[in-house]
Design a protein around this ligand. Structure first.
Ligand code: NAP
Ligand code: MG
Length: 403
């Protein structure tokens, strides 16, 4: 038996809910602890524990991420009215991802896991496309108003010193609608830096697009901030890394992305990122094959799967039925975190292990062994559908060969 890989700094481990919580433990038992002397600081973000601690556990986990720099998170339930009843909750706790994002002030990067035998719906795509979504403001923090009849709508800003600026939005002759939204230079700046840093980290081009020709102040501000930060802080680093920053209009970007081979990071404003990440994930095959990482401006990383807790499978699992839930995105959350920890602590074995585990996982699917969700997408011959545990054991067989 070879010696286990040692770690110096603990990973912040955020456990979660339902089917993904079950898979979380299986991944640790079958694929991680046999090879790594796994060092984690454990936070149970399962809904029961969040309720017991009045959600303090989520805040503690986010603060620990600031302290250690790298976290790995299992999918968690965001409570709604039905969950409040199901779990008899003290209140409808906020989304853990929202809480963590607010504390780390980050940008979310989502990238597909590419497997040869699963063909993207877009024929030209050969490399992953990563969506970088700004996670503050715009329509997600807007004020909306229903105009019932004739009247004048104005945009009024009163400065702290009492200066008033006033513009007419529209003179309504009849019913209609109004919306007011905002963003902050600071938030856009940290979004820009997160994107530039991530592009350097991944050695991939960065694309950014807005509608600045129409939105001459609002969207234009995004464009200007990105350009200023690029010129002042990143231009030389990008040249040294052999990558490019490319700005274009959002409609042009959409057309170019579809025609491209992929392989870029596409920075999107909040709404564009919401829409485009679902489009890109679906075009590459499945949400279960999508990784997600939150990167803060200070360089803290939180890795997770892009999908939820797969409730429908969990209820079947509770009834003792066999489930074939895809663990790929959760495995890749672990490998992403282990690789980053290895990189920060200078532990090559840990980085190497992450590469091998990813390789073994992809090879398993390419060999035709897969979970049910992928069977419809894969063009592999001799497909064999297995349950989650068998799938993990098949990955382990290949991992053993690689070690
Ligand atoms: P979901 O858990 O992503 O599952 C939706 C459906 O997608 C599943 O029923 C399943 O389809 C398929 N699916 C998703 N992941 C899969 C996987 N790994 N393997 C196989 N199939 C997979 O979304 P949801 O049902 O809307 O939400 C469930 C819970 O997750 C909610 O409480 C929500 O709050 C939470 N959630 C958490 C996060 C997060 O923590 N990041 C994100 C989203 C949702 P079939 O049933 O057809 O097989
Ligand atoms: Mg969405």
């Amino acid at each position: 038996m070879v010696e286990k890989i040692r770690m110096n700094t603990p990973l912040v481990e955020m456990d979660g809910d339902e089917m993904t919580r079950v898979i979380w433990q299986m991944i640790k038992d079958i694929l991680l602890t046999p090879y790594i002397d796994l060092k984690t600081e454990y936070y149970d973000l399962g809904l029961k524990k969040r309720d017991e601690t009045e959600d303090q556990i989520t805040i503690d986990a986010a603060l620990a991420t600031k302290k250690y720099g790298v976290a790995v998170k299992c999918a968690t339930i965001t409570p709604n009215a039905q969950r409040v009843e199901e779990y008899n909750l003290k209140q409808m706790w906020k989304s853990p991802n929202g809480t963590i994002r607010a504390i780390l002030d980050g940008t979310v990067f989502r990238a597909p896991i590419i497997v040869d035998s699963i063909k993207p719906f877009v024929r030209t795509w050969k490399k992953p496309i990563t969506i970088a979504r700004h996670a503050y403001g715009d329509v997600y923090k807007d004020v909306e108003f229903r105009v019932e009849g004739p009247g004048k709508a104005e945009l009024v800003f009163t400065s702290e010193s009492g200066d008033v600026s006033r513009q007419t939005i529209h003179e309504f002759r009849d019913a209609g609608i109004i919306l007011g939204m905002h963003n902050l230079d600071k938030s856009i700046e940290s979004f820009a830096r997160a994107c530039f840093n991530y592009a350097l980290d991944q050695k991939q081009d960065l694309w950014f697009a807005t509608k600045d020709t129409i939105s001459k102040k609002y969207d234009h501000r995004f464009k200007d901030i990105f350009q200023e930060i690029y010129d002042n802080e990143y231009k030389e680093k990008f040249a040294a890394a052999g990558i490019e920053y490319f700005y274009t209009l959002i409609d042009d970007a959409v057309a170019r992305v579809i025609r491209s081979e992929g392989g870029m990071i596409w920075a999107c404003k909040n709404y564009d990122g919401d829409v485009m990440s679902d489009m890109v994930a679906t075009a590459f095959g499945s949400l279960a094959m999508m990784t997600s990482v939150l990167v803060s401006p200070e360089g803290n990383y939180e890795f997770e799967a892009a999908h939820g807790t797969v409730t429908r499978h969990y209820y079947r699992y509770l009834k003792g039925e066999e489930t074939s839930t895809n663990p790929m995105a959760t495995i890749f959350a672990w490998t992403g975190a282990l690789r980053k920890r290895g990189e920060l602590d200078g532990i090559n074995e840990l980085m190497g292990f992450a590469d091998k585990l990813e390789g073994a996982s992809i090879k398993t699917i390419e060999d035709g062994v897969m979970t049910k969700d992928l069977a419809e997408l894969s063009v592999a011959e001799n497909k064999r559908i297995v349950n989650t545990e068998e799938f993990l054991k098949e990955i382990n067989k290949r991992l053993v060969e690689m070690m």
